[in-house]
Design a protein around this ligand. Structure first.
Ligand code: MN
Ligand code: MN
Length: 345
């Protein structure tokens, strides 16, 4: 299929590519039918993406850095299936992502399920390849460690800002006697590596118990703005949006969404659920507040299908992924032509 698309795409204009890369129409093939890809988009090889597409949806089926209940390695497959329920136009914002950007499913990163550092190298290499080819990544996890190699790949030219929606800060230092690469530590590692600017980083929805107050103190010492769930409940979601937009500003920013930010009543299928979270409705309102930012990529992580046999958590995850896609497509379409991030190298 990729080969056929290659032959076709070599001689086609951007408008023809937009037309060719539409999701399978639910009016032609019913949405319950066909092979599952993210949002029913065409599936191509990652090597096919630079020059052909603007936004790559990819799965990262890895849970080897999970410290508690596992299962997120099965997330991409179930989210692909649930995403067949997504239609083409966002009701809340009227954004039609497939009219703005050429999008495709580039499959899963070939992870090594028994080797964390090797897996992180593979993720970083694939994201760097897409990024250098001018392609914006939207990744579906996997546990939250996957954000760390993504940030390393995207933040090499300039430390990134970050919008981080989560029940947990994920800025711990080590687990189990010195393990530095876990799903509770990715943002500490990214700050240490200089790919993330803590002063342009905002965490929203943090709550629940901690191993130690150091997790929070370290983050605050770095200059990270934590809008914890207590503050969201007190001041409201519009306040959280305004404050977060002020923190990240107009410079390049990444968006990471941990499904456990949502209350386990709506999204129980995750390894470390915390009560008192966002409703799925509030999550939509929150994500839709981040239009027109300089977004360079996004991820949705921590859906664990074995922990929710109903599949409902994957539907929530797929719906959030669609919202993130709308943000990325709109942001990318607003970038000045020839802007550095548009260069195909
Ligand atoms: Mn997390
Ligand atoms: Mn979390």
């Amino acid at each position: 299929m990729a080969q056929n698309l290659k032959k076709k795409m070599d001689h086609t204009s951007r408008s023809e590519r937009l037309e060719a890369y539409q999701p399978v129409s639910g009016m032609v093939v019913p949405r319950f039918a066909g092979i599952s890809t993210f949002m029913r988009l065409p599936h191509i090889a990652p090597t096919q993406a630079p020059g052909d597409i603007d936004i790559a949806l990819l799965g990262i089926p890895f849970d080897g850095a999970t410290t508690n209940r596992p299962g997120t390695r099965l997330g991409p497959r179930q989210v692909r299936e649930a995403s067949s329920l997504m239609r083409m136009v966002n009701y809340g914002t009227l954004v039609a992502p497939y009219d703005l950007c050429v999008c495709a499913d580039v499959g899963d990163v070939p992870v090594n399920p028994v080797d964390v550092p090797d897996t992180l190298r593979r993720i970083e290499a694939e994201i760097a390849y897409l990024h250098q080819g001018g392609v914006t990544p939207l990744s579906i996890g996997g546990d939250h460690i996957v954000s760390y190699p993504i940030l390393r790949a995207l933040g090499t030219e300039h430390p990134l800002g970050l919008i981080h929606v989560d029940a947990h800060s994920d800025t711990g230092d080590t687990y189990f006697g010195g393990q530095k690469l876990t799903h509770g530590t990715p943002f500490r590692r990214a700050i240490e590596d200089g790919v993330l600017d803590p002063k342009r980083m905002v965490q929203i929805g943090i709550r629940g118990t901690m191993y130690s107050a150091d997790e929070r103190d370290w983050a605050l010492d770095q200059g990270i703005r934590i809008i914890d769930m207590e503050e969201v409940a007190d001041k409201g979601i519009p306040y959280a949006i305004d404050e977060a937009r002020r923190i990240v500003g107009s410079a390049p920013t990444y968006f990471t969404f941990d499904i456990d930010s949502i209350d386990p009543a709506f999204a129980p299928g995750t390894g470390t659920p915390e009560i008192g979270g966002f409703t799925s409705r509030e999550a939509l309102q929150l994500v839709r507040g981040f239009r027109h930012l300089n977004l360079v990529g996004a991820d949705m992580v921590e859906v664990s299908p074995p922990l929710d046999q109903s599949g409902g958590t994957a539907l929530v995850g797929a719906s959030i992924a669609f919202e993130l896609l709308c943000l990325l497509a709109e942001a990318r379409s607003e970038r000045p032509a020839g802007g550095r991030l548009n260069i195909v190298g």
